[in-house]
Design a protein around this ligand. Structure first.
Ligand code: KG4
Ligand code: ZN
Length: 333
């Protein structure tokens, strides 16, 4: 089964073609990073307008590729939430139009479920890859979400914990701004921290004992106070490294604990922050079972992950119709 998938929940306009939930035939992304960079964050209205400008050329390129070698699409999938309302609406309406015009089945997907299914995609560099095994503990960490989820089967999620304030990616982005490192903050902090000492400053960890919840706003405030104390020329690399170490410590400890408590067969990382190298290494070191790590390029927003999730949903009988609407606050479970 070949799925044409759309993703426009935030600041990437993305269209992909995925076969049988695992094989990427096409994966186009129009990034808006340069558009938002001067503002130090995503401007929702600008994001919607850029999606409108980018989506039809991407679709034309994808359809031309399919037609050139006679590959037929069997279904259309699109992110319906969570995300920015105006941004989501662009993808949802274009997907509906294609589904209607070509009489193809339509399915609306959860963006966070998409991030999880990046773990099912066979990386372009590999010929094959074993499917993840259940029960699977998923750490979903993006610019807007930080969820620890027990996945018992396809489409079967129990949310064990969530952030009570900032998302992990949001903390990276805000601290990067305080340090003058620019946008997006995650990759900038990771790069800067490479030259820093992660033990130079002992920053607070919000353990929230007895829960799998996270809280990163205290850490963010601690960095702000530290910078005030350090004066006009702070050791930026050491602050970045110490911040990253504190955040990674909590994410890794809670993930490892959940894997043990729920007898996980494997652990999977998902979302843009899953691209963070120290996070990947620390979780691998602390978790007893195999850790699934999507390639960096499939951690951040893309439509291939939506095509993968859609395959398993369609196989289970899920289907949307033309009343499909954007759901900006859709939770994973
Ligand atoms: O999943 P994603 O592409 O978009 C959302 O769904 O939010 O995640 C974007 C987030 C941003 O906050 C970005 O700073 C963060 O992922 N990110 C990283 C890294 N690459 C992207 N955070 C830490 N380290 C990275 N290497
Ligand atoms: Zn995302």
């Amino acid at each position: 089964m070949r799925i044409l998938a759309f993703e426009t929940s935030c600041d990437e306009t993305a269209i992909a073609v995925v076969r049988d939930g695992r094989w990427i035939e096409s994966n186009l992304i129009a990034s808006q990073v340069e558009l938002h960079r001067p503002f130090g964050g995503i401007v929702p209205e600008a994001a919607s307008r850029a999606h409108l400008a980018n989506i039809v050329p991407l679709l034309e390129e994808t359809l031309a590729d399919l037609e050139r070698d006679g590959r037929a699409v069997d279904a259309v999938a699109v992110t319906r939430g969570p995300g920015l309302a105006g941004a989501l609406l662009v993808g949802v309406n274009v997907a509906k139009a294609v589904s209607y015009a070509r009489a193809l089945p339509l399915l609306g997907l959860n963006h966070l479920e998409g991030h999880v299914y990046a773990n099912w995609l066979v990386p372009p560099a590999l010929e094959s890859l074993e499917e993840p095994r259940f029960p699977l503990i998923c750490l979903i960490v993006s610019g807007a979400h930080s969820d620890l989820v027990l996945m018992r089967g396809h489409g079967d999620y129990v949310r064990l914990g969530r952030t009570r304030d900032d998302a992990a990616g949001e903390a990276f982005d805000k601290v990067a701004r305080m340090l003058g490192l620019g946008f997006p903050g995650g990759p900038a902090i990771q790069r800067t921290a490479e030259a820093g000492d992660p033990e130079r400053f002992r920053l607070p960890r919000a353990w929230l004992p007895g829960t799998y919840d996270f809280s990163f706003s205290g850490l963010k405030t601690a960095v702000l106070r530290l910078l005030e104390d350090l004066g006009p020329e702070p050791p930026v690399a050491d602050v970045a490294a110490s911040f990253q170490a504190a955040l990674v410590d909590v994410l890794a400890a809670k993930t490892a604990q959940a894997a043990k408590e729920y007898g996980a067969a494997q652990v999977a990382l998902a979302g843009g922050v899953a691209a963070n190298l120290p996070l990947r290494q620390t979780i691998q070191a602390r978790v007893d079972v195999e850790v699934r790590l999507p390639p960096i390029a499939l951690c951040t927003d893309n439509a291939a992950m939506i095509g993968a999730a859609a395959y398993y949903r369609l196989a289970a009988g899920d289907l949307s119709d033309l009343s499909l609407d954007a759901r900006p606050n859709l939770p994973i479970a």
